[in-house]
Design a binder for this molecule. Structure first.
Ligand code: THG
Length: 606
């Protein structure tokens, strides 16, 4: 029998329709649910009344769908605890999978294989709002995945995601199970865009895509909340920018409240017309029905698109980072991506003082100020002698995740701190940084975390001999790191950002007179030799030791030349960067001579 993925490549896949509506229509009694205390717990029906669940599956299989979903939407221990059933999570998932698999086998033929998707709902908790810890949530999903997989599902469907951090927890749990069991099934991850046009917590669909796309999932999509019409623009965003196949499973319209019941008004023809349009014109390749859809809806859908080959899509994939709210490309026009430097215990006295007083709201205010000043992202460093960095990062990032609109750059060298941080951020973060100072050890610890949590990574051109001074050395280290990060760990090159680092030109030290030139040439060489990677600089390093006015001038002029050399991203104090025309001629020229080691200015000063 063909695998789900091989069929998925060849033809449009049609999922089943609503489970809840169908079960309701069967007129089940409290006894069917296993007693008054379990009345309404659909997930328990796999034990108390498996026939009702079989009825749902059979009707959809008869309607001709390719995939049925297990009756396990709420079968994580997190949800089941409401019925005192948390200890039976594994069993309920196992049974749900066994029932669906048996039904699918009954209907499967070599010409029309039927598959079972393990349904994994969003639970009732939002980790971004602190309802539950990431690790606990991941563990619950891992248990659900184990039950579903051991019960025989063909793929997993993480659906109806409202908080991207919840989907990340689900994927972490699932991929941990894959790793431990040395197994791998296809995975679909599907988010829910509310009528207001974002996910429940305010996430734009493009931001959700950026956060979830780095995971090793096979299909990405949207389901629930609205009908297909309201989804159109979001579907367009996904099909235009997702390298992965797109899944769309709308409700039969926006639910209307009629006499205290949810009523869904789209007819099978209406639902099918929209979905056919998505398939033919936008290149959606996996479709199905969510709330309010019936076997009649699915039958129409199968008649319209079943067996068709998926359309080719022109995908404009833009490597990006994201916050819980928005996506920001790793390359902007005009360059560079500005990363706020001030939320750093070593980079700002104000931040250090706020941290010492544990004034978290004050720290949030600094993060928001970075956004107001024009930063595209914000660098966060809580490494402060005598304090617990992991603890401080937790306090800060838990708040930044929901209260700061910008993607987060995690500035830490400690793997445990980085992992904690990654478990708090719903967006796609950037980890700052790795290097080869102690050989490959740090890379071996940090890069797997970046992969596991879908982050990009900044690599410094430092090796066992220290920080590279000459451009060619910077390139040589970059190549070595590239081979590890992209070659060994299989991260994508666009998620690797090289920082060619600079020593200060403010020390007057003879040894470092060429520091600026080498850094600029390093950027040029890396962009030329490794064209897919991004480049970054902590620009303010160039001017340590000078007075603040001189620093602003030198930083701004240096940034100008770095951009000319191909710089993509810069850690800066955004409001202190001046366009060249705003710097007086003399200051500009002095800075230029300092950067390019033209000793004229000494004569001039003499
Ligand atoms: N590359 C990468 N990450 C980095 C750096 C880099 N992270 C840290 C640093 N360098 C970039 N961040 C800063 C932050 C502040 C300053 C310089 C670099 C700075 N601050 C003023 C000072 O120290 O004089 C303080 C101003 C204040 O107190 O408000 O200069 O290179 N990947």
């Amino acid at each position: 029998m063909k695998s789900f993925l091989s069929v998925q490549k060849e033809k449009i896949i049609v999922f089943d329709g609503a489970t809840g509506t169908h079960l309701q229509g069967q007129g089940l009694t409290a006894d069917d649910f296993g007693g008054e205390h379990l009345n309404g717990c659909n997930e328990y029906l796999v034990v108390s009344c498996p026939g009702a669940v079989e009825n749902v599956h059979r009707d959809y299989l008869q309607a001709g769908c390719d995939v049925i979903e297990t009756n396990s939407f709420g079968s994580t221990s997190i949800v089941l605890t409401e019925y005192g059933l948390e200890a039976r999570a594994y069993e309920l998932n196992l049974k749900a999978a066994q029932i669906a698999s048996r039904m699918a086998r009954e209907f499967s033929t070599p010409e029309h294989p039927r598959f079972v998707a393990g349904s994994m709902g969003p639970t009732t908790k939002l980790p971004s709002l602190g309802h539950i810890k990431f690790k606990l949530m991941a563990a619950a999903y891992k248990e659900q995945a184990r039950g579903l997989i051991e019960g025989g599902v063909d793929l997993l469907c993480v659906e109806t995601c409202q908080d991207v951090l919840q989907s990340k927890a689900a994927l972490c749990g699932i991929f941990e199970f894959f790793e431990e069991s040395r197994s791998r099934l296809p995975v679909i991850v599907s988010v829910t865009v509310e009528t207001m046009g974002t996910l429940l917590l305010g996430t734009e669909i493009s931001a959700a895509l950026v956060s979830l796309e780095p995971y090793d999932v096979d299909v990405i999509g949207i389901n629930c909340a609205t009908g297909p019409k309201e989804m159109s623009e979001h579907v367009r965003v996904l099909t235009a920018s997702s390298p992965k196949p797109i899944f769309v499973m709308p409700n039969a319209g926006i639910p209307e409240n009629i006499g205290g019941h949810a009523y869904y008004s789209l007819t099978p023809e209406e639902l099918t017309n929209y979905l056919s349009h998505f398939v033919h014109d936008l290149g959606v390749s996996v479709v199905g029905g969510c709330c309010g859809t019936t076997p009649q809806h699915i039958q129409k859908l199968v008649e319209a698109v079943g067996g068709l080959a998926p359309q080719k899509r022109d995908v404009d994939f833009v490597p990006s980072a994201s916050s819980l709210y928005q996506a920001i490309p790793l390359q902007v026009d005009p360059p560079p991506v500005l990363i706020g430097e001030r939320t750093n215990a070593n980079g700002s006295k104000q931040f250090r003082d706020l941290l010492a007083h544990e004034d978290w709201e004050g720290i949030v205010a600094m993060g928001r100020e970075a956004a107001r000043e024009g930063a595209h992202m914000v660098d966060v460093c809580a490494a402060y002698v005598g304090r617990d960095e992991a603890c401080d990062m937790r306090e800060i990032l838990y708040r930044f995740n929901t209260q700061v609109q910008l993607p987060i750059v995690i500035d830490s060298t400690e793997a445990p701190v980085i992992e904690e941080a990654l478990q708090l951020i719903g967006g796609k973060a950037i980890v700052n940084s790795i290097n080869l100072e102690d050989g490959e050890e740090r890379i071996n610890r940090v890069v797997p975390l970046c992969k596991k949590y879908g982050a990009a990574v900044i690599a410094l051109t430092i090796d066992e001999k220290g920080m590279a001074k000459r451009a060619e050395e910077k390139l040589a280290i970059a190549r070595r790191i590239y081979d590890l990060v992209v070659g060994k760990y299989k991260m994508r090159p666009h998620d690797l950002i090289f920082d060619t680092l600079t020593f200060t030109l403010g020390s007057g030290d003879e040894e470092f007179r060429r520091a600026g030139i080498e850094t600029l040439n390093g950027i040029r060489l890396i962009k030329k030799e490794l064209p897919e990677v991004k480049t970054l600089l902590g620009v303010s390093n160039i001017s340590f030791g000078l007075n603040p006015q001189a620093r602003h001038v030198l930083n701004s002029v240096f940034l100008h030349y770095a951009i000319e050399a191909g710089l993509d991203m810069a850690i800066v104090h955004a409001s202190k960067i001046m366009p060249l025309y705003k710097i007086d001629e003399k200051g500009r020229e002095l800075a230029r001579q300092l950067i390019f080691d033209e000793r004229k200015f000494e004569e001039a000063a003499a």
